[in-house]
Design a protein around this ligand. Sequence first.
Ligand SMILES: *[C@@H]1O[C@H](CO)[C@@H](O)[C@H](O)[C@H]1NC(C)=O
Ligand SMILES: *[C@@H]1O[C@H](CO)[C@@H](O)[C@H](O)[C@H]1NC(C)=O
Length: 499
Amino acid sequence: MVRPYSLLKALLFAATASASAIISARQDDNHWVSTWTSMPQLVEPNNLPPAPFTGGSQFNAATLRQTLHMTLSAPRIRIQISNTFGTTDLPITAASIANPVNNAAGVGSIDTASLKKLTFNGKDSITIPRGTVAYTDPIDFPIKPQQNIAVSLYLASGQSGNQITGHPGSRTTSWMQSGNHINAANVSGGKTVHWYFISVVEAWTPKATSALVILGDSITDGRGSDDDKNNRWPDLLLAKFIKNGITTIAINNQAAGGNCVLSQCLGPSLLSRYKRDALDQQGVKYVMIFEGVNDIGNGGTDSGSQQRIGDQLISAFTQISRDAKAKGLKVFAATITPLGTGYTGGSREQTRQRVNQWILQQAGGIFDAVIDFDKIVRDPSNASKLARAYDGSGDGLHPNVAGFQAIADAFPLNIFNVTPGTPTTSTSTTATGSTTTSTTTFVPTSTVSTPTSSPTPTVSPGGTLPKYSQCAGNGWQGSGFCVDGTVCNKLNDWYSQCL
Ligand SMILES: *[C@@H]1O[C@H](CO)[C@@H](O)[C@H](O)[C@H]1NC(C)=O
Ligand SMILES: *[C@@H]1O[C@H](CO)[C@@H](O)[C@H](O)[C@H]1NC(C)=O
């Protein structure tokens, strides 16, 4: 509802923007809301920037340009730059913001007419001490849902050492070039599909605006989606919001591949991160938990180990919900989707079923709402498997874009305390949230014969299996999923390999 008084203030503000009394009056009616997030984590050695932007320091004398996908409308934003996991100072020499050409994600080219300088406490530069974050000064840079923005950072001396904060699972191409090119039309010296340093974009919006924070793993991080297309399931949910006139809820994707609830697998455990990533986000009102498959799948297959993991997941979810509710937030949970070829074994499926039964029973109790993601994507003829149509990579765990679309389609909107406005069409100038995106089809049994030399199946933390390692097969005792860029290829009933 628009109060006449607010409208009058808005009109007055437009007419006399410099009047400080009116600015403070306007500020009373607005707050910061996170409109985009990327879960901050310590970047693993193999996800550091490509040469020559790595070495003794990262991004030494280089410009990094990254595109970020907005979820709210706002006239003004600010950007959080994170050195949360860095062990040295992060010195940013200069920064800028612009619209990427054609509102495209993952491009190095910008519309220079939109270019603006970003400052820190009025200065061009800032040194962010290790373990801390910094904000740019607020900047008048209008955004809309599904708009991509391009943020460029120049680091004259890089961040020394190799411990830096980033988000490897960006599914979005970042560009880099030696020298200061923050104002250049195109940054094109190198590229990689990871994000670094930027962890939040906040929007200055009316008090009625809030954020939904999704805590998750690779399925929410978008493994199975297409690079530079923003078609992870939360992106497709955003498209549904827009289609249904819901414009006052931001979606914050706080998920990472290989992430575990209970212990540190890839990235910090959910128990160690939920306060920072969810409860402390600006403007958060809804917290959703969709995690646990990596805990079950990395745990022992014996019933004792699995009993303990199931119990601990239940108590972790209970704790997160209790803490969120203590802050006045609404909490949603999703059931854990099928384990897939890399994780199935022993008592693990029983744990998944037990935890899911518990989650479903908490609707209206520990959780304000529960969404049965498992039911949405599982095979109707075998409840322990991912539906074949959604099994794009063939690993039985990561849904493809059709699976992500099924989740978005089934996602209820009446769990939010909002009255939808006028349905609108997409505000994006490029097609996002498309359901027609082609996806990788299931790779059937290969004709390749069993390799003569059997590779050692070394399992790195988080159950990520390196290229060439075994990933499935009768009698295989291991667990985990093939590293990004490879898929689990069945060679015969006894041997499948990450290729
Ligand atoms: C930017 O550089 C890339 C890589 O060199 C090139 O492919 C692209 O065409 C350039 N874009 C523009 C708009 O110049
Ligand atoms: C269901 O799928 C699981 C996992 O692939 C398999 O072990 C089980 O035999 C299947 N059950 C039926 C009834 O097909």
